[in-house]
Design a protein around this ligand. Structure first.
Ligand SMILES: [Zn+2]
Length: 102
């Protein structure tokens, strides 16, 4: 008996800097893992915010950390885009969230 064929839509991420598909393992975390970088072109990228199941107690518990991490990434991008060194209080907040941005 012959197998059937089917197709499905595939969603993938494209780098906003070089327009290449972002392959698995083609990114790394810069600034202590705070900022994702597309390895082939070196551009800073931000993946879409994940939508989590709010009925999960564990995911609800980590939501404040994820919100803080998102704020830190936004602030870091602003400092980086203006070539402003990270202020000490910003670095302290990053360390508190597990990002060693030295
Ligand atoms: Zn790229």
């Amino acid at each position: 008996m012959n197998v059937k064929e089917a197709s499905r839509p595939v969603t993938y991420h494209v780098c906003p800097h070089c327009d290449e598909e972002i392959q698995e393992k083609s990114t790394y975390g810069a600034y202590g893992g705070l900022i994702d970088v597309h390895r082939p072109c070196g551009g800073m990228i931000e993946f879409p915010e994940q939508v989590y199941d709010s009925s999960s107690p564990l995911l609800r518990a980590i939501q404040p950390h994820m919100n803080e991490a998102r704020k830190l990434r936004e602030e870091a991008r602003a400092y980086i885009s203006t070539a402003t060194p990270f202020p000490e209080d910003f670095k302290a907040r990053c360390r508190k969230s597990g990002y060693n941005v030295e």
